[in-house]
Design a protein around this ligand. Structure first.
Ligand code: BYC
Ligand code: FE
Ligand code: FE
Length: 470
């Protein structure tokens, strides 16, 4: 099914057939646009070479072309419905999935949707000013692509709130535009979304580590028995792949350039030569990875157990798991701190589901490290990047009350304070990275701290005019 772009809100959910819902969303639309103008990308543009979703089928779902960003067509797209779909896990495994919200799960489902919805505009707010210092037009375009799609993800959650949660849902949709990233009075809901993204190294780390949490959370919500939520998340995941591509290849290019400068100047200290030293890259990995781990909640979580038992939120690739998908008899190991050492503890598998999802996420994160280390290896360098221990720098869960080194040793507050600056970006590191952030807006040109991309977007050359600035 292809989507009609002459409609005010492009969609494949037959909005025209539900006047009340259509009117409700049309009255939210101007508030969204006001939010986009005040909290969205700060650099004025004439048009940007963007991808717009035009269908939800397997092939050719996206169209590429220059569009004015304010006129981007944010729409509501759900993956196609599978009429035979059945609940894959929990107490009601095997029963048909729900097309409406069962009364007893209303509050929990709404909460999950609101939390998911809150992160999308938060990331746009965090990235608002990055366009002012883009290392190339190619990168500027990718930033805007990520931003418009996160805007569309907000639309996806707002559609669910309006369509299925009545008055309460409409109020929550309004509130999604009122909380703001980093706001002291009404911050965004989850920690990582109130951090700053002040430079492009942070942006690439964010799209690598934090958007990847999005991948895993959406993957587990895609398993939901509430079919409209499942179909919404399935389609969002399609767009998410590009966000992580931006992160992965962005860090590839930073590492590549760093290595070049190290060899050219025969020193690790390439800061004076306009590069980002490897130890600074490592500190950024440490920071972004640890705040992203916090997004998985506590290792032991009754919320997660209840969501699973009720069929609201499943596991990563639930259907591929070889167990009974109810888990009432199963046990799992989680990380804990015992006698000032990292240890494991056996708990009910249901209570350990956040830990289960986090494990999948960590394995996925590791693939990037492998890539970047291959770049180092090929250049004959012995230095390697790594993921710090899961307990490092944590604010949520078992490690919250403890100081854990990147190697996994539990240490006291004094030892932590003495070493912290070797593990996390210092003011000096951030100032240096920021000092390198100068805009390069000439087609095909690239800033000195990062290597050029190997390919352009959608078969266009790297020096294509991806963005026309205003
Ligand atoms: N910050 O039982 P627990 C994305 C709260 S990213 C602050 O361990 P639960 C994106 C928790 O709310 C994906 N508070 O947690 C990426 C609970 O509060 P109550 C976003 C936190 O519920 C880049 C209490 O602590 N989607 O899409 O099992 C760009 C006990 O918690 C935090 C989702 O997260 C935190 N980090 O797990 C754009 C999916 N962690 O109930 C977009 C929906 C926990 O005591 N959310 N708390 O008041 C969920 O599935 C779950 O809510 C969480 C937390 C996994 C987040
Ligand atoms: Fe998103
Ligand atoms: Fe994303």
């Amino acid at each position: 099914m292809s989507i009609d772009y002459s409609e005010k809100i492009p969609n494949n959910v037959d909005l025209a057939g539900d006047r009340k819902l259509q009117r409700a969303l049309e009255s939210w639309q101007p508030n969204f646009l006001t939010w986009w103008k005040t909290m969205g990308p700060a650099v004025p543009t004439e048009d940007v070479y963007l991808r717009t979703a035009v269908a939800v089928g397997r092939e050719g779902w996206a169209h590429f072309g220059h569009v004015a960003m304010d006129e981007y067509r944010w729409g509501v797209f759900l993956a196609e419905r599978n009429h035979d779909r059945r609940i894959a896990f929990g107490e009601q495994k095997g029963e048909p999935v729900w097309q409406q919200v069962p009364g007893e799960y209303r509050a929990d489902l709404q909460r999950l949707i609101v939390i998911q919805g809150d992160t999308e505009p938060a990331s746009v707010e965090q990235q608002r000013r990055l366009g002012e210092t883009a290392p190339s037009l190619y990168d500027l375009r990718n930033l805007f692509q990520v931003n418009v799609e996160e805007g569309r993800h907000l639309w996806a959650m707002v559609y669910l709130l309006h369509a299925y949660f009545g008055r309460n849902g409409r109020d929550e949709a309004e509130a999604l535009l009122q909380r703001n990233s980093g706001d002291l009075d009404s911050p965004r809901m989850l920690g990582a979304f109130n951090e700053e993204t002040p430079d492009w190294l942070s942006f690439f780390m964010f799209t690598y580590f934090t958007d990847r949490d999005g991948k895993y959370q959406l993957g587990s919500l895609k398993e939901s028995a509430f079919d409209p939520l499942s179909r919404t998340c399935e389609f969002m995941l399609k767009e998410e792949a590009h966000h992580m591509f931006v992160g992965t290849t962005g860090i590839d290019r930073v590492v590549t350039r760093t290595v070049e400068l190290m060899r050219e100047h025969d020193t690790e200290d390439i800061a004076p030569h306009g590069g980002i030293p490897l130890d600074v890259i490592q500190k950024y990995v440490n920071f972004h990875y640890s705040v992203s781990l916090d997004l998985f909640g506590s290792e032991r979580s009754t919320n997660a157990a209840n969501y699973f038992t009720a069929g609201l939120k499943g596991r990563w690739q639930e259907e591929r798991r070889k167990d009974d998908h109810r888990l009432t008899e199963d046990a799992a190991l989680i990380d804990v701190v015992r006698d000032n050492q990292v240890a494991t503890e056996e708990i009910s598998a249901l209570l350990a589901l956040n830990h289960d999802l986090r494990r999948e996420y960590i394995a996925d994160c590791q693939t990037g490290l492998k890539r970047w280390n291959r770049i180092l290896e090929k250049s004959g360098l012995t230095h390697r990047l790594y993921l710090p221990h899961v307990g490092f720098n944590r604010e949520v869960g078992q490690f919250r009350e403890h100081h854990v080194t990147p190697k996994g040793d539990v240490v006291g507050p004094d030892a932590w304070a003495a070493k912290k600056d070797q593990w996390l970006p210092t003011e000096a590191d951030k100032t240096h990275v920021r000092s390198l952030m100068r805009p390069v807006y000439e087609p095909g040109k690239i800033a000195g701290w990062i290597a050029p991309p190997t390919n352009g977007i959608n078969d266009k050359p790297v020096d294509y005019e991806y963005v026309h600035l205003a």
